[in-house]
Ligand binder design. Structure first.
Ligand SMILES: C[S@@+](CC[C@H](N)C(=O)[O-])C[C@H]1O[C@@H](n2cnc3c(N)ncnc32)[C@H](O)[C@@H]1O
Length: 187
């Protein structure tokens, strides 16, 4: 695992957590919050995960029944982590997972990526020029964003409202300062 560089997501690999920055249980805790924005099953649903990092939310979505998940990740070591985690999870759950990882930047790929039912934008929007949010908005009906700062709530609510979305449910995550999940949905 050391060859795979620094970890952001904490993922249990054979009982050993990857040394992610928020510690053991972080992904699980966030996923419990994310699930509050999702239907009970993701059967038949296609998901795009922007800045997917080691891909654990892609795996979680497949385990909840998603038909297909595409994760975009620009950093080489994170992309390699995602492939490693997918391979491990496929062996652990003894099944193939319909996850495709795209190694590249969201800016270069988002325009060509259409037809997703839900887009995850977890702690990623602040990495992107605002105009890219409009491209994301163009291609989807539901965006679930995870934001780092309270003031980002009003900033991205404005950007997505301007792009035709209604600002939906918003939830403050327990345990991590200022983390909010928010849903933008086209009427
Ligand atoms: C703060 S991390 C969040 C990771 C993941 N979404 C999560 O919530 O656990 C941001 C991730 O987005 C990736 N990233 C940043 N800018 C990107 C871009 N322009 N295109 C694709 N990936 C990007 C980073 O390499 C990193 O893995």
């Amino acid at each position: 695992m050391e060859d795979l560089g620094e970890w952001y997501q904490t993922i249990d690999i054979d009982g050993e957590p990857t040394p992610g920055i928020h510690g053991r249980g972080d992904v699980e805790k966030t996923w419990d919050h994310v699930k509050e924005f999702l239907p009970e099953t993701l059967e038949g649903i296609r998901i795009l995960d922007l800045g997917c990092n080691a891909g654990m939310y892609c795996v979680k979505s497949i385990l909840m029944g998603a038909e297909e998940v595409v994760g975009i990740e620009s950093q080489d070591f994170c992309f390699r982590q995602a492939l490693f985690v997918k391979d491990y999870m496929e062996r652990k759950h003894d099944r193939k997972m319909n996850i495709r990882y795209v190694h590249g930047s969201i800016e270069d790929h988002v325009k060509e990526m259409a037809g997703f039912d839900i887009v995850y934008a977890f702690t990623i929007l602040y990495h992107l020029p605002d105009c890219v949010c409009a491209d994301i908005a163009h291609n989807t009906r539901i965006v679930i964003a995870r934001l780092r700062k309270k003031k980002d709530l009003s900033k991205y609510s404005r950007i997505f409202s301007d792009a035709g979305f209604q600002v939906g449910k918003c939830l403050r995550e327990e345990g991590i300062k200022n983390r909010h999940l928010i849903q933008f949905k086209k009427p």
